[in-house]
Design a protein around this ligand. Structure first.
Ligand SMILES: Nc1nc2c(ncn2[C@@H]2O[C@H](COP(=O)(O)OP(=O)(O)OP(=O)(O)O)[C@@H](O)[C@H]2O)c(=O)[nH]1
Ligand SMILES: [Zn+2]
Length: 358
């Protein structure tokens, strides 16, 4: 069966190239559409199949990101049987993850191979430039194009005020207003998913992501997708389908974890989001200037002259602190629950006073 029938699922020439050196002729590929505890749903050319990973993949998997996640492209074996085997994970073009609650900053996979991050906000309760900035950072860190959607325009008397504010922090970006309930303005989502692109919605609870998804798919999305366990005993019903093909084309990934996503990666997230501050910082006298009280600080000078908004500088510092805090969680030598860790933290604080604010 030809792979052209996978085009609506996002398969293209670039993916075809990724398979060029695959050691088998005409491998069977599919896209992971749902992840359960030990099984996957994979969309292949003919149909959607249940699968588990091969012993070899299992053996080589050291951390959660080594396992397939929603949006991954995989090579399958035994597609005629009850349960297929995932033989190979095709290298991802990008990857979204988050630290899981209560596991001390362990990384949890959320989605892979995303073309567009739709950052969803409303105009009132949730409207928060700082949060939007963080989502922008997250998308850019993975080279995913961000688009801001301001939802519930039907409730906003002056939507243009918020649009203007977002454009200040996202000058060349796309910012749209829409109403999921009234189904107004949704065409921008379709337009941006043209060419069978894959999008996701990021945004706080209550901004209308489910309402949007339902409006786009034209139905109430399937909330649960029971999968029969291998032994025929238990049935997994805790998770649900995670990729939705829109009738007009394009795909939306919606996994539960995406709804609580936080910046995970590292300081590279700051790149691009605070370009104005980066440019200023490049002119500071000291290369490692912390823009605190160092002499010859171009950032402080711009602040003093009113060329850089104080609020923007605050956002910059906050994001930096978040990233640092997360790094120390990831770094076992910085664990506050060990004596050695506490000593290291104290030492770092002395060398780096900014840490005190964490
Ligand atoms: N007035 C108005 N209400 C909306 C709109 N979109 C969503 N809502 C309402 O906002 C509430 C929350 O919407 P949801 O779609 O559940 O929000 P969500 O972002 O999916 O929230 P989580 O599932 O918690 O992440 C619901 O009562 C919706 O009816 C809109 O465009 N206009
Ligand atoms: Zn400086």
């Amino acid at each position: 069966m030809s792979r052209t029938s996978l085009i609506p699922w996002g398969w293209d020439d670039d993916w075809e190239l990724e398979l060029k050196d695959y050691p088998e002729d005409d491998p069977i590929v599919g896209r992971v559409t749902a992840v359960f505890r030990d099984q996957y749903l994979v969309r292949c050319a003919e149909r959607e199949v249940r699968a588990e990973i091969s012993g070899k993949l299992q053996f080589g998997a050291k951390a959660p990101p080594d396992y397939p996640c929603a949006g991954d492209w995989v090579v399958l074996k035994d597609t005629q049987g009850e349960l297929c085997i995932i033989e190979y994970l095709i290298p991802r073009k990008n990857f979204l993850s988050r630290k899981s609650a209560g596991t001390g900053g362990q990384e949890q996979s959320l989605a892979a191979n995303v073309d567009i991050v739709f950052i969803v906000s409303d105009f009132e309760n949730d409207f928060n430039l700082w949060r939007i900035e963080r989502y922008l950072a997250l998308a850019r860190a993975e080279n995913i194009r961000p688009i801001v959607l301001l939802n519930k325009s039907d409730l906003a008397p002056h939507p243009e005020v918020c649009v203007k504010k977002v454009k200040e922090i996202f000058p060349d970006g796309l910012v749209y207003t829409l109403s999921a309930v009234k189904r107004e303005g949704l065409e921008v989502i379709h337009q941006n998913l043209e060419g069978d692109r894959t999008g996701i919605f990021l945004g706080s609870s209550g901004v209308g992501k489910s309402t949007l998804l339902n409006a786009l798919t034209g139905s109430e999305i399937q909330k649960t997708s029971p999968v029969q366990a291998r032994d025929g005993q238990g049935v997994h019903t805790t998770s649900h389908r995670q990729i939705f093909a829109l009738p007009q084309g394009g795909l939306i990934i919606d996994t539960p974890g995406l709804r609580e996503i936080q910046p995970w990666k590292d300081a590279t997230e700051l790149a691009g989001v605070f370009e104005d501050i980066d440019l200023l910082a490049a002119q500071c006298k000291f290369g490692d200037c912390r823009h605190d009280s160092e002499p010859g600080c171009a950032v402080k000078e711009a602040l003093g002259k009113g060329l850089l908004a104080a609020g923007r500088f605050e956002s910059y510092l906050r994001l930096q602190r978040d990233v640092e805090a997360l790094k120390s969680k990831q770094d076992p030598s910085m664990r506050p629950d060990t004596k050695k860790g506490r000593e290291n933290i104290e030492r770092a604080k002395k060398q780096n006073p900014e840490r005190k604010k964490i």
